[in-house]
Design a protein around this ligand. Structure first.
Ligand SMILES: Nc1ncnc2c1ncn2[C@@H]1O[C@H](COP(=O)(O)OP(=O)(O)OP(=O)(O)O)[C@@H](O)[C@H]1O
Ligand SMILES: [Mg+2]
Length: 322
């Protein structure tokens, strides 16, 4: 079956003009504003080198596909569905948002929004409930990216009367037809996703790009912390930076560690302790003290107390389900 034509109208002026028979790749590149999105991705996200490189590649591929279409070399829309694998808190959702924006800039989706769904949004509990649920989510995601978190929960072979396969069937059809401007990204743990693909080869064959998100190194987590703290108008001093580096070393070894998400949660608790300290001490303080995080704000964490193993953090939902 031939796919739909690319809709150049979605990205007016994207492809470089070809009056003289030449294709202006540079102009098309500039017109697409791809570099803005990529620059934003670079500045907003620490590390993730291999992920950023893959996204750059995909952007080039899409740009060339657009030019080839302009030159009447191809009419089919390239397959855009993807899988994002990696541990919790490695940036999958954030990158998916950027990807939606990129696809929008390049004219592959009309709206460029991201809809995040899990099994519960797609699968019903009773006969006849699944198809309407799945279709409703698909409708909301049209013109953007549908991000299915922990996609493998759609498939539960141990449960005979599971309605997951109904949702899978509908998703596969939409992915195959590509009639709509909708891109589906399946996300989750790498190993589980691989097993899921083994049992559902239809998904595997419809996915063009598999991107793996590595865990962050401790230095990267510290850089992420600095970025988050700065964005919120706080700052470490030398001692508290050191304290946070020590905190990370311990936290990484503990259960439910979730990369950048744990860093974000830790910062929330640090802000709470800073506020407590300032209110407790009272008096007049310079503005800078409202910004500064003290080492004590970090050292009060349970992570530093021997014998106590978990920092007070809600474990990600997947941990409870597994
Ligand atoms: N490389 C990074 N640099 C800066 N901030 C980051 C980075 N990666 C993730 N974050 C931040 O960490 C938080 C968690 O990231 P995100 O939700 O994208 O991860 P995820 O892989 O989708 O996690 P989960 O599987 O738990 O949903 C977000 O607030 C995000 O902005
Ligand atoms: Mg996520």
């Amino acid at each position: 079956m031939e796919g739909p034509k690319l809709d150049s109208a979605m990205a007016p002026g994207l492809a470089g003009e070809a009056d003289n028979g030449l294709v202006d790749v540079g102009a098309a590149h500039r017109d697409s504003n791809v570099d803005d999105v990529l620059a934003e991705l670079d500045s907003e996200l620490v590390g993730l080198k291999p992920v950023k490189a893959r996204i750059r590649e995909i952007a080039s591929l899409l740009l060339v596909a657009r030019l080839r279409e302009k030159m009447e070399l191809s009419t089919e829309r390239p397959t855009l569905h993807m899988s994002f694998t990696g541990h919790p808190g490695t940036g999958k959702t954030t990158v998916a948002m950027r990807m939606a924006k990129l696809l929008h800039h390049m004219g592959y989706v009309r709206r460029g929004h991201l809809v995040v769904a899990t099994r519960d949004d797609l699968v019903g509990q009773y006969v006849g409930h699944t198809a309407p649920k799945t279709k409703e989510v698909l409708k909301r995601a049209m013109g953007g990216v549908l991000f299915i978190d922990e996609a493998y929960y759609l498939y539960r072979p141990e449960n005979e009367r599971d309605y997951g396969p109904e949702a899978i069937e509908i998703l596969l059809q939409v992915m195959e037809n590509q009639r709509e401007d909708l891109v589906i990204i399946l996300a989750g743990y790498k190993e589980r996703m691989e097993t899921f693909f083994q049992y559902n080869p239809g998904f595997h064959s419809r996915i063009a790009h598999h991107i793996d998100f590595p865990d962050y190194a401790p230095e990267e987590l510290l850089a992420i912390a600095e970025l988050m703290v700065g964005k919120q108008g706080y700052a470490f001093d030398e001692k508290s930076r050191q304290a946070f580096a020590e905190y990370l070393k311990l936290r990484i070894e503990q259960p439910h560690f979730a990369n950048a998400r744990s860093v974000r949660n830790a910062i929330d608790r640090i802000k709470l302790r800073q506020a407590n300290r300032l209110v407790r001490d009272g008096g007049s303080i310079p503005k800078a003290e409202l910004i500064r995080i003290d080492a004590a704000d970090i050292h009060q964490s349970r992570v530093f107390q021997r014998g106590l193993h978990t920092e007070c953090e809600t474990p990600p939902a997947r941990k409870e389900r597994s």
